[in-house]
Design a protein around this ligand. Sequence first.
Ligand code: NOJ
Length: 563
Amino acid sequence: MNKAWWKEAVVYQIYPRSFKDSNGDGIGDLQGIISKLDYLNKLGIDVIWLCPVYQSPNDDNGYDISDYYQIMDEFGTMDDFDQLLAEAHKRGLKVMMNLVVNHTSDEHAWFIASRSSTDNDKRDYYIWKKPKPDGSPPNNWGAAFGGSAWEYDEQTGEYYLHLFSKKQPDLNWENPRVRQDIYEMMKWWLDKGVDGFRMDVINLISKDQNFPDGVVPEGHEYGDGSPFYMNGPRIHEFLQEMNREVLSKYDIITVGEMPGVDTEQARLYTAEHRRELQMVFHFEHVSLGDGQYGKWSPGEWKLTDLKRIFSKWQTELDQEGWNSLYWSNHDQPRAVSRFGNDSEEYREVSAKMLATCLHMLKGTPYIYQGEEIGMTNVRFEQIDDYRDIETLNAYRDLVQGGKLSHEAMMKAIHERSRDNARTPMQWNDQKHAGFTTGTPWIAVNPNYKSINVEQALNDPNSIFYYYQKLIQLRKTYDVIVYGQYRLIMEEDEQIYAYLRQLGNQTLLVITNFSEEQPVFRLPDNVTYSSKQLLISNYNVDEQDEIRQTKLRPYEARVYLLTT
Ligand code: NOJ
């Protein structure tokens, strides 16, 4: 396994809209981020992943880009961006941009030209198709944000494809000019000095050119087109071309967001000799418990399912490829609410347990803003308090469409809406949590009085300092980065325990996912001559016997065993 800086790094994700507002307009901005770089430095992270900051009409909060070369007015100017980059670099922090090139905004100049006439030279920058003889869309695919994936355009009498909202038309990657324009743009940012890209739904860019109908799942109106555009026919060719023309020329970090990717595909995307990407984000663990309407009908899940998923990824990407590790991001609920226990009693201890479990795995860990202080899901009572296009459209389709009751949908929203992660960062216990002096674009979680950065920094026992310590450990022990993974106590439904092995060092990671007190047992075939406790979320007697030991609720411990 080759060593690399991005394998040893910890990434911190910023959702700029909700991070820190500097000018009182209620929307986070670049100057706000600059003012918090020292805070990130204190945490010890290496890379900032900046969610999209480009010009955008904000149909999907910046994931609908109207100009790749401009900064969104609400976030500041290109000078602010240059300052952010310089200030980050001064502190040894790298900046990973969000690349969104499966689609643009419908307000992008390319699309405006493309839709203007069938013979415009940008026409085939997007995917246009004639209606069926009866006037209906070219196929039955549904869009991720509801409705058909095809929008009829009066002007030229054809449909364009949009896998997300109708304001996010899909680019036509079959067109070599599109690809060249994208590579130029990527180089422009890299030449400016940015340190990499998180690539939005990048495994959707190659579509099956026959555009066949998809199967309509029970209770749904539209066909599932994903077999025809996820990991599509030319995807590896396109990524290898991008690597050849752009990525290989810079020492950068790359991660592809990939719904519907399995480990076999992930190896193809990330094996170094294939020259595509470094890591992918898969969705298997965050989809646990999904029901008939996906996350909007959430059900129970078992710890053994989570362990099976993580273990499969750990094992199958052990020799080739590399893992990214995350519990949460701007599209997911808060980690402690989803996978831990956000009650007053167990929030802190379970947040630390989750951090331990994830950060000791093999791969590059990602921390989503607020996770380091244990921010939780929010429970707005009114649907009108939500801002996210996905949530609002799903409410409309499922509740007004008679599929789910208002109560069931609100319960699902409280559990799984993307807005759980998008409420403003909680800096202190002052008005609007110190996020803004104005009116925030989305309301602050009322628990900011007790859960906030200031409080965390003043408490030596806080989740913040626990994350800081996990990050320091990663910098100290190679076994945390490169050690080989082995699951133990496979069938246990409360304890997730595993080993990481490198040379004569073995890391023993013990995490209790329950509020009970199960007994941990070290398998007989694990032997060692000395042990050292590296971190724990309760006070632990260093001499404590580990062959067999009773754990406390959500307890986590990491030992370094030497043979
Ligand atoms: C994935 C992004 O993370 C999400 O926020 C966005 O809505 C979709 N891709 C579409 O760009």
